[in-house]
Write a protein that binds this ligand. Structure first.
Ligand SMILES: Nc1nc2c(c(=O)[nH]1)N[C@@H](CN(C=O)c1ccc(C(=O)N[C@@H](CCC(=O)O)C(=O)O)cc1)CN2
Length: 282
């Protein structure tokens, strides 16, 4: 392995830039404000929300945290979102996932106003990605692009296999990589002969959530591997890729933890600032 694609350094760079950008906005009387909604008491979500709160404070974004009990109905949640959509003091809105089973995440994505869609999950913003408009994009996708740019990974014309077809990572990622001239294949649970695809891939991006899915024999020498998976095995956090053996064979690989993950919260903050600027015509 020649390059370890760590997320911490580019994440720090994003934070430093945000601090400067937000200072300037504030000196013009603009106070970027992000409303973060939690439904229920998922323990992992609590950790991520604390990280979001701390980073917002550090860069100067006003974070408004709302907590709803786990038995909140979809109607109640959507009503609150509608209210926030109308509130001019709120620039960005996001609902932490997962939400309890009585709430359909798609209803949330459809209700958040596209111009306040901090996660970039609204159907309008996701659709715009396929038109080549990529200012509002899901945080994980933005994080992957940041790694690609920061480490100078060539993507144009490269055979790129995305494993995973989620609406919030795999599909929007395909749209932005096609826009960057990559030749993209999306593989998923029904794909036959996954290894035939991955063995020919210059770049493999996996977002499945299955440990040991991508093994050494499935990758070609010199490939680039971006692992978005997060799996716990015997208390240890690992990605979808068999890191040690695959790393020995490839040119560049993200660690898990420490790769895409640390960039996701910084990417969300960046998006909140982009939304704020757009709302003020900047
Ligand atoms: N509304 C949203 N919900 C969720 C999102 C999202 O982007 N929007 N993503 C995840 C959770 N998440 C942020 O919300 C998140 C996940 C992982 C990390 C991270 O830093 N991971 C570390 C490891 C952390 C650990 O030890 O558990 C890493 O990979 O190095 C940050 C944020 C689901 N919900």
């Amino acid at each position: 392995m020649k390059k370890l694609l760590e997320g911490k350094t580019p994440a720090n760079e994003i934070k430093e830039n945000l601090i400067e950008e937000i200072k300037k906005l504030k000196s013009d009387g603009i106070n970027p404000t992000l409303c973060v909604i939690e439904v229920g008491d998922d323990p992992a979500s609590k950790i991520y929300l604390r990280v979001k709160r701390n980073l917002a404070k550090k860069v100067g974004i006003q974070e408004i945290g709302l907590h709803f009990p786990a038995n909140t109905s979809q109607g109640e949640l959507l009503e609150k979102i509608e209210e926030l959509n109308q509130d001019p003091s709120i620039n960005g809105i996001m609902v932490q996932l997962p939400v309890p089973p009585q709430i359909d995440p798609r209803a949330i994505f459809e209700t958040i106003a596209p111009e306040k869609d901090a996660d970039g999950f609204s159907p309008l913003n996701l659709g715009r990605l396929w038109e080549g408009q990529s200012d509002i994009i899901p945080a994980t996708v933005r994080s992957i692009l940041t790694l690609i740019d920061y480490y100078g990974i060539e993507i144009a014309g490269k055979n790129t296999v995305i494993i995973g077809r989620s609406v919030i990572v795999g599909k929007p990622l395909a749209a932005v990589l096609v826009e960057r001239d990559a030749t993209v294949t999306i593989a998923h649970s029904k794909t036959k002969n996954l290894s035939e695809l991955t063995k020919n891939a210059d770049v493999i991006i996996s977002d499945v959530g299955k440990a040991h899915l991508v093994t050494e024999d499935m990758v070609k020498e010199g490939a680039v591997i971006i692992d978005v998976g997060m799996n716990r095995e015997n208390g240890k956090l690992m990605g979808d890729v068999d890191f040690d053996k695959v790393a020995a064979k490839v040119n560049a690989i993200t660690p898990v933890p420490g790769g895409v993950g640390p960039l996701t919260v910084a990417s969300l903050m960046k998006q909140a600032v982009i939304l704020t600027r757009k709302q003020h015509g900047r």
